[in-house]
Design a binder for this molecule. Structure first.
Ligand SMILES: [Zn+2]
Length: 541
């Protein structure tokens, strides 16, 4: 946003937007809060012209309510009660200094530098190097921390300014070059609803990748709910996508609606599953999560859990946070929607690590049922119950059809767990369906039926620490031989194995009580357990 700053007696006394004629106390007070702009300079009377803008790195922190940095900058500057936090996100860059005489433009910019006033990036190039410089800048635009839609070429020598003079509207010694190739046509593949940290739910179109101004575009902003409803997108709609001012792609209009299914806004928060509200902010309606604080916490927990269970390396809390802030990830499904072009836009993420993240995602296009269940974050379902459920039901489809009583029939599954699993799966049905569009859940591999092995009909529970193997290894060995490893001590149990290192445990007390009541259960030490294993192995071979 163009701005003129007036310094009188060395002090910044007045700031006004140029063109629109907005001058006044509010704008001046707001401009004074912009970081990096000197309030006092070593000069008596000066007018500095330049641009107030929001660096893209700052815009990404607050972007959800605004279509682009320009709107946000204008809105922030003009507010009556200046929001100081938001003003701190703005920056100023000068491109003109009047009231002083110079031989060349280079001197003018050097003077601005000396006064401590930030300037736009400039470069002196010979006339014959002009074309190369313009195309170089055009290629660099994605790396800049501001949106630019072109560059201005000015004559360096002031004598040339005087010689060339002005037309009625603009000087002949300065020419603006607008970058080309900013819009293109593509198809809408999907719409995702990105939930920001403050709870705003923004629609984003996933489009068939196209190249605009040298960059590959695979997602485009739909701004807000009003805009989304106005566009009326369907799966497969042909749309025009524009890179507004260069960086943030935007769905401009629908060219051919097509006859695919129409996209609808979610009736609950895609991130936390909680209620959503429509909220009017200025001229547009937005969809917001009704409980943004618990939503963010829940989302981070879900995403971290999902990445950890599937051992997707590189998706640590910091990276996830940045992806959330960039609107790339709100639900586990979004992991599988990441594309190279999305990660390229993330700051401080090298090409190599982007590549690694994508291959971690690719590695998980096929997920064993037990892992999938664990990754869903169902209450009470850690690795152990996930495995039990996978073994028992074999496929995700079968488990999703199960009733609580079907689960209760499994040894070691309590009523609380049975209900939690059935309810948890129902609550997550949308999330599961979403994931199934991107991944294949592998059925649990057929195991030998337990009645086949030498330990068939025998069950083992462990307490304390085993000295020669981990508890998981011991349980696996038992199951390998056809035995069972229920989670708790019951009347039906065959053996309680007490590890070499143990403290009085509730399992041990319960087993002792059962033995006293005449249960056939045996309490054995570690060595006895290994002997039983050896005997079973010999019998089985
Ligand atoms: Zn939410």
């Amino acid at each position: 946003m163009a701005m003129a700053l007036h310094y009188v007696g060395g002090r910044l006394v007045l700031a006004g937007t140029r063109g629109s004629g907005t001058v006044g106390e509010d704008v001046t007070r707001n401009v004074l809060a912009i970081p990096g702009l000197p309030h006092r300079i070593d000069a008596d009377r000066l007018e500095v012209r330049g641009e107030v803008y929001m660096p893209l790195s700052n815009f990404r922190k607050v972007q959800d309510e605004f279509a682009n940095p320009r709107n946000l900058t204008a809105g922030t500057l003009k507010q009556k009660e200046g929001d100081r936090e938001r003003l701190k996100l703005l920056a100023f860059a000068a491109w003109e200094l009047v009231d002083e005489d110079f031989e060349t433009d280079a001197e003018r910019f050097a003077r601005l530098d000396a006064l401590g006033i930030p300037t736009v990036e400039t470069r002196i190039v010979p006339r014959q190097g002009l074309e190369a410089a313009i195309s170089e800048w055009s290629e660099r635009r994605d790396e800049l921390d501001m949106e630019i839609d072109g560059i201005v070429v000015r004559a360096n020598r002031i004598a040339e300014h005087l010689r060339l003079g002005n037309t009625e509207h603009h000087p002949r010694w300065a020419v603006a070059f607008k970058f080309q190739g900013e819009s293109g046509q593509t198809h809408v593949e999907d719409v995702l609803w990105s939930v920001s940290r403050n709870g705003t739910i923004t629609p984003v179109a996933l489009v068939s990748p196209i190249t605009l101004s040298g960059a590959t575009i695979s997602r485009a902003s739909l701004a807000n709910l009003s805009r989304f409803e106005e566009l009326g997108l369907r799966r497969g709609s042909l749309v025009e996508v524009t890179r507004r001012g260069g960086v943030i792609p935007y769905v401009e209009r629908v060219l051919d609606e097509g006859d695919g299914p129409r996209f609808e806004p979610p009736d609950h928060c895609p991130s936390c599953g909680g209620p959503v509200e429509r909220r009017r902010i200025r001229e547009a309606e937005f969809l917001v999560c009704a409980n943004p604080e618990s939503c963010t916490v829940a989302r981070m927990r879900d995403l971290e859990h999902f990445a950890r269970v599937l051992d997707m390396k590189g998706f640590g809390p910091k990276t996830l946070e940045r992806m959330m802030d960039a609107g790339l990830i709100s639900t586990p499904e979004d992991f599988f929607r990441l594309r190279r072009a999305d990660l390229a836009a993330l700051e401080r993420l090298g090409e190599k690590s982007a590549e690694n993240l994508l291959s971690e995602v690719e590695r998980n296009r096929e997920i064993p049922l037990a892992k999938f269940l664990e990754a869903l974050g169902l209450p009470h379902v850690g690795p152990k119950y996930a495995r039990i459920l996978a073994e028992r039901f074999g496929t995700l489809e079968a488990l999703r059809k199960a009733r609580p009583e079907d689960l209760l029939a499994i040894e070691g599954i309590s009523e609380i767990i049975a209900n939690a699993v059935v309810e948890g799966l129902a609550e997550r049905s949308e999330r599961i369906d979403g994931l199934l569009r991107h991944v294949r859940v592998l059925p649990h591999r057929e195991r030998k039926r337990s009645s086949d092995g030498p330990l068939a009909g025998k069950s083992f529970v462990f307490t304390g620490t085993l000295s020669r193997m981990t508890r998981e290894e011991a349980q696996a060995a038992v199951r390998e031989l056809g035995g069972e490893t229920p989670s708790g001590v019951s009347r039906k149990l065959s053996y309680l194995v007490v590890g070499a290192e143990h403290r009085p445990s509730s399992k041990l007390r319960k087993a002792q009580a059962l033995v006293e009541q005449g249960a056939p259960l045996q309490i054995v030490d570690e060595d006895t357990f290994y002997r039983l294993l050896d005997e079973a192995r010999r019998a089985g071979s």
